[in-house]
Design a protein around this ligand. Structure first.
Ligand code: CUA
Length: 347
């Protein structure tokens, strides 16, 4: 944490990829300086050397130089390729989301961040995480575009209406780090800020125990599925079953009417609940009603967590209750077929 009173030139480096981002940045600055200074010096030098000494003088003709042209093509090529490679390495390390991260759900809303842990703990504008552990955020928004940004971790990702985006990090130092919304989202955009608390594992465990946990997302999702929304009436097994089974669905490839296939990821499950007729599973009728307008993004997150739990996916911090034969999810549009593969795939 920054303890001095003046504004730090750079935010602290507090994640595993912070140094990579800074290194790339300094490399770009170094290259810019290395070109700018000689160019400015050359401008002055040539202005003096070739200033007009006699009126209407004609310059000597210059013929090409293969050598010179080759050199000034190859050097910039090599430099731009190093920038590209450095950028690609940093990009992949940040935007390839690891499978073994601890899951946290984030829902943005004008003008606050709602955080939901898999343990059932929820927070507003605060995110508590253990140090040295991969954290995976699954994010969406109730209203407009926001952007989840933690400068000390050198990472940020847009939070987009109508879909899920992901961000991951592994914090390297316990401390308190500022969290910002980095996308103008209306009147109180500048107030949409918070703190990320990075704690030693034992402190984090103590924090979990010391604060009140509500229902876990999986429990909330099960309640919606079985009771409030009645999804189970079509998706549960037995003679009533008209919707596709959902056990083992998550992460699998699903065949749709028309022969297309899709991977059953978070986005697919969300879409199947809101726009059931857009992706009909092969072998099923388009009879599922839409739940658009009836479920909030937070409830959708819970439903998605529940459907994931039916595949044994997810739940890094708490064992899910055995889901037995309860199907999940929306209805008419889910994938048929099924060998329960386990889902950890595809996040
Ligand atoms: Cu949310 Cu700016």
């Amino acid at each position: 944490m920054q303890t001095n009173s003046w504004v730090p030139f750079f935010p602290e480096q507090a994640s595993t990829f912070a140094w990579q981002v800074d290194l790339l940045y300094f490399y770009l600055i170094a290259i810019s300086v290395a070109f700018s200074i000689p160019i400015v010096l050359a401008i002055f030098y040539f202005a003096l050397k070739y200033r007009e000494k006699e009126k209407f003088a004609t310059p000597d003709e210059i013929h090409g130089s293969i050598m010179l042209e080759t050199v000034w093509s190859i050097i910039p090529f090599v430099i731009s390729m190093t920038i590209f490679l450095g950028g690609a390495i940093v990009y992949f390390s940040q935007y390839r989301i690891p499978d073994d991260g601890m899951n946290v759900y984030v829902v943005g809303k004008q003008w606050m961040w709602k955080i939901q842990h898999e343990t059932g703990h929820s927070e507003i504008n605060e995110l508590h995480v253990p140090v040295n552990r991969k954290i995976k955020l699954t994010m969406t928004t109730e209203d407009v575009l926001h952007d989840f940004s933690i400068p000390a971790f050198r990472t940020k990702t847009d939070v987009v209406p109508g879909r899920y985006t992901y961000l991951w990090f592994e914090a390297t130092k316990p401390g308190r780090y500022q969290l910002f919304c980095a996308e103008y989202c209306g009147l109180n955009h500048s107030g949409m800020i918070g703190w990320v608390y990075v704690m030693e594992q034992r402190d984090f465990d103590a924090w979990l125990e010391g604060s009140v946990a509500g229902e876990t997302p999986v429990e909330q999702g099960r309640d919606l599925f079985e009771n409030k929304l009645g999804c189970a009436s079509c998706h549960a097994g037995g003679p009533q079953q008209r919707g596709a089974p959902l056990e083992g669905l998550f992460g699998r490839e699903v065949r749709l009417v028309g022969g297309q296939t899709v991977i059953a990821d978070e986005e697919y499950i969300r879409n199947s609940i809101l726009n059931p007729s857009s992706q009909i599973v092969e072998g099923y009728q388009p009879i599922m009603p839409t739940f658009k307008g009836q479920v909030t993004e937070e409830q959708l997150v819970a439903l998605v967590a529940y459907v994931k739990s039916l595949s044994g996916a997810d739940t890094s911090t708490q064992p899910t209750r055995a889901p037995a034969a309860q199907p999940a999810g929306g209805t008419g549009t889910q994938p048929a077929g099924t060998g329960p593969t386990t889902g950890a795939a595809n996040r």
